[in-house]
Design a protein around this ligand. Structure first.
Ligand code: MD6
Ligand code: FE
Length: 220
């Protein structure tokens, strides 16, 4: 297997109870992920959403799946349609769904069925400040986060803002899963350093898969 500057030997880093770092887990899906990403971002382009306070985010975002996470002056929420086009978000590709289910299972969360996939693009300098993911009605399900492209330092804290976060270096095709006792852990991404990834160029792409709605509500 190709190993380069951006690829570490597969060695999971220790994480708190309920969380897992799966080094290189997405490598088997790499080609499918890159192909699907191009398709999704052509149909639902990456865009800089604004925070409820009106600031444009440094991370550009889009979604695929039944539900997409959006932020605007009205707040954060999941919606069934792309507000830019009015169309439903692109469907969740089988390959992305299978990767998420396999990663969740590997981390001890069998039966994960994602209904939302947020796609984040970090240009060098982009970051995400520490926050909890609490916009999902179904907090029983874990969160699966797939890193592609440039490396980044994932900040993984505790259940309060006061705990100093772990710094978890992530490279292309690493996956992080958190749920159970870690489901509401504070997390974020340190500013992405300059660089050029052989497959993705000067950017980090993150896919975050979640279960936003409990199955019965979602089936409506
Ligand atoms: C990441 N993203 O992009 C982590 N959480 O690596 C997040 O943690 C996140 O992008 C909630 C809402 C949007 C996000
Ligand atoms: Fe988050």
């Amino acid at each position: 297997m190709e190993r380069d500057l951006f690829t570490r030997a597969a060695a999971p880093l220790p994480m708190p109870a309920g969380a897992a770092h799966l080094a290189g887990f997405a490598l088997a899906w790499e080609e499918a992920l890159l192909k699907e990403l191009a398709r999704i971002t052509a149909a639902a382009p990456l865009r800089h959403m604004v925070t409820p306070g009106g600031q444009p985010m440094s991370v550009a975002m889009t979604n695929c799946g039944a539900l997409g996470w959006v932020s605007d002056r009205r707040g954060y929420r999941y919606v069934e349609r792309d507000p830019e086009s009015g169309a439903p978000w692109p469907a969740l590709p089988d390959a992305i769904r299978e990767l998420a289910i396999a990663a969740a299972r590997h981390a001890g969360y069998a039966g994960f069925e994602p209904d939302a996939c947020l796609i984040n693009r970090y240009a060098p300098g982009a970051r995400m400040s520490l926050h909890q993911d609490r916009d999902e009605q179904d907090q029983a399900a874990p969160i699966v986060s797939v890193s592609l492209g440039l490396p980044a330092v994932f900040l993984f804290g505790g259940l309060t803002r006061r705990e100093r976060p772990l710094r978890v270096p992530l490279v292309h095709c690493d996956v992080v899963v958190w749920g159970g006792p870690a489901r509401l852990a504070y997390h974020g991404v340190a500013p992405v350093a300059d660089g050029h990834h052989p497959k993705l160029g000067p950017q980090r792409i993150n896919l975050t898969l979640r279960r936003a709605r409990p199955p019965n509500i979602n089936a409506r």
